[in-house]
Structures are given as structure tokens and as C-alpha cells.
Design a protein around this ligand. Structure first.
Ligand SMILES: Nc1ncnc2c1ncn2[C@@H]1O[C@H](COP(=O)(O)OP(=O)(O)O)[C@@H](O)[C@H]1O
Ligand SMILES: O=P(O)(O)OC[C@H]1O[C@](O)(COP(=O)(O)O)[C@@H](O)[C@@H]1O
Length: 304
């Protein structure tokens, strides 16, 4: 089975404003709400690609109820823990001359809620895939994902982690199957700015030296790089197309990579599938469908 964990789900409120001006009243010309949060997006795309999975995590308040309702409407299996205080986030994605995001910090999660999550995770079996993705509420320790991996150390799981800074770096000694920082997040870890693919490979390998098995680095419109545990290295330019909504492109890439790997056992195929799923979501208003991904795979054979 595949499980995703989203500590900090969201409603993504995507608004378009012409010529956004700070300090002024701005009015939207388009607005839409999607369920979001990194693990949830991975679950939705895996479902679109035909991979049964369960979304785990924490929900709170009326926004949490709406996220659950939207997921049910989409047929995504979910088993969330409802926390007592606060509300799940509404993350604002502002599209104007530039894209800006305001992501909330999320409601507090109590120790007894964490205990309930561990009870669910204790049901995982050898061979299962677990995705730990996204930020955690600001009051929680940056060791959270590491603590989960440590707790599950005796099971033979493939664990993917998509997080930033210490939340990610702390898991490396526990040998995550996959990590997927983007090039900016990779640079942030080492205190450098990374733009070219030689540097991406250099720093991705440093994360492998610290324990990561496979490191997938996304570079938005500049493509992606993968370094694998068996010493292979893959680079690709991004597929060309009209950018419609990049929110969730990274999460789609994680879902595509896992789907590709689970169906073929090949890192080359997983990489292609990851890149094309990320781009198919970027070229679509909503998250990529299987047909959109397949069309891009067919069109982009020359990129790989
Ligand atoms: N503008 C774009 N054009 C083509 N592909 C894109 C674009 N933006 C994102 N993608 C695809 O989605 C993947 C993940 O995007 P990225 O923005 O790097 O992730 P994240 O959202 O995690 O920062 C990229 O590697 C690429 O394949
Ligand atoms: O948990 P974080 O890091 O605040 O990110 C949450 C946000 O990221 C998203 O999961 C999208 O992520 P990507 O664009 O990186 O794929 C949104 O749905 C959500 O609002």
C-alpha cells in the first residue's frame, strides 16, 4: 500500500489580480479553491494515475471539513485525525505580474494526536510506500519526520520525504528512498545559490553522502536532475507548454516518480514519469490526469 502524510493540509485559494499593488485595494478577476498540502496533492495525483493510496494527516475546523469533503468528492481515500483547536490553513496563491504565495503556519497538534498517527503508522507492512510531505505546524519540532522514520526503522518501507531545511536534513541518516527538494531549497541547505545542473548534481550527491538514497531535484521551467542510489545520473530539460498553474507541480512530480518506479522498477522510467507528471500539472488548471501525463510522455521522448 501507499500512504501519504500531510501534517499541514490546506485549502489553496488561488486568486488572479491584474497588476497587483501593495498597500492598495486589489480586486480579483479569477478565483478558485482546491484542496492542497503536499501529501494530499501526491495522493490525488497517484489516484489520477491509477495508484490506490490512503492520505493520512491532521485536519481542524471548518476548513478541515471542506478539505475532507473535496477529497471524498474526488474519490481519494483519507483517514485523517481531527484535532480539537484551530482550523486547517487557507493558503493564498496570488497570480499577477509575478506569482506570490502566503502559506499559513497551521493549527497546533497535540501529543495525543501524534500518538494516534503513530498508531496508524504501526499498521504499515514491509514493502509499503510512505510519503512525508510538506511543512509541519510552526509549534512542532523540526525532528518530526526524523522521529517518524526512527520509529519505523525496523520495517522495510520506501519512504519519500518532501520538506525543506532541517525538517528534511534531519531525516537523511535514516536513508529516505526519495527526497525532492527544488534547486532553491537545495541551495538553502548549503547556503549557496544553485542554478546550473552541474552544481545541482554536486550538491545532490552531498545529500546522498549524508544518507539519502535517491535525490530528485526539480528546477521548475528549467527541468530536473536525478541521482540514484546505484550511481546513475539523469538530467532533463522541462517539457515545453503553456504554464497554467504551477501549484502542486512539485508534488505531482513526486507522485509521478513513485508511480513510474512502482510500475517498472526502473529509475530512468521513474524520472521520465516524474518530470512529465510535474509538467502536465503545470500545464493544466488542476492536477494532472493520467491522459495528460501520457500525452506529454509521448510528446517528450526526445527530452530523455
Ligand atoms: N513552467 C514550467 N514549465 C514546464 N514544466 C514545469 C514548469 N514548472 C514546473 N514544471 C515541472 O514540474 C516539476 C516540479 O516543479 P517545481 O516548480 O520545481 O517544484 P516545486 O513546486 O516543488 O518547487 C519541474 O521539474 C518540471 O518538470
Ligand atoms: O506545507 P507547505 O510547505 O507550506 O506547502 C503547502 C503548499 O504546497 C502545495 O502542496 C503545493 O506544493 P508544490 O507547488 O511544491 O507542489 C500547496 O497545495 C500548499 O498550499
Amino acid at each position: 500500500m501507499i500512504y501519504t502524510v500531510t501534517f499541514n493540509p490546506s485549502l489553496d485559494y488561488i486568486v488572479t489580480v491584474k497588476n497587483f499593488q501593495t498597500g492598495m485595494v486589489n480586486r480579483t478577476v479569477d478565483e478558485i479553491i482546491y484542496p492542497g498540502g503536499k501529501g494530499i496533492n501526491v495522493s490525488m495525483v497517484l489516484k489520477n494515475l491509477g495508484f490506490d493510496n490512503t492520505a493520512l494527516g491532521f485536519m481542524a475546523g471548518f476548513t478541515g471539513d471542506e478539505i475532507c469533503r473535496l477529497l471524498e468528492e474526488k474519490g481519494v481515500k483519507a483517514d485523517f485525525i481531527h484535532v480539537e483547536k484551530g482550523v486547517s490553513r487557507i493558503n493564498v496563491k496570488l497570480r499577477s505580474n509575478e506569482e506570490s504565495e502566503i502559506n499559513g503556519m497551521g493549527p497546533a497538534i497535540m501529543q495525543e494526536d501524534i500518538k494516534k498517527l503513530y498508531e496508524k503508522l504501526d499498521q504499515l507492512q514491509d514493502g509499503d510506500v510512505l510519503v512525508l510531505a510538506g511543512s509541519i505546524p510552526s509549534v512542532m519540532p523540526e525532528s518530526m519526520y526524523m522521529d517518524i522514520m526512527k520509529h519505523l526503522e525496523d520495517k522495510k518501507l520506501n519512504i519519500a520525504v518532501d520538506a525543506t531545511r532541517d525538517l528534511l536534513v534531519n531525516v537523511l541518516p535514516y536513508h529516505p528512498f526519495l527526497i525532492k527538494p527544488n534547486n532553491h531549497e537545495l541551495g538553502e541547505i548549503f547556503g549557496v545559490t544553485i542554478t546550473d545542473k552541474d552544481d545541482v548534481v554536486k550538491y545532490a550527491k552531498k545529500l546522498q553522502e549524508r544518507g539519502a538514497r535517491n535525490v530528485l531535484i526539480s528546477m521548475a521551467g528549467d527541468g530536473a536532475v536525478l541521482v540514484t542510489e546505484d550511481g546513475q545520473e539523469f538530467r532533463a530539460e522541462a517539457p515545453k507548454g503553456e504554464l497554467k498553474n504551477s501549484v502542486g507541480a512539485g508534488d505531482s512530480m513526486v507522485a509521478g516518480f513513485l508511480a513510474g518506479y512502482l510500475s517498472t522498477g526502473s529509475y530512468a522510467e521513474a524520472f521520465k514519469m516524474g518530470v512529465c507528471t510535474g509538467s502536465a500539472s503545470a500545464f493544466s488548471e488542476e492536477l494532472a490526469t493520467k491522459a495528460e501525463v501520457q500525452a506529454l510522455l509521448d510528446k517528450c521522448k526526445n527530452l530523455f
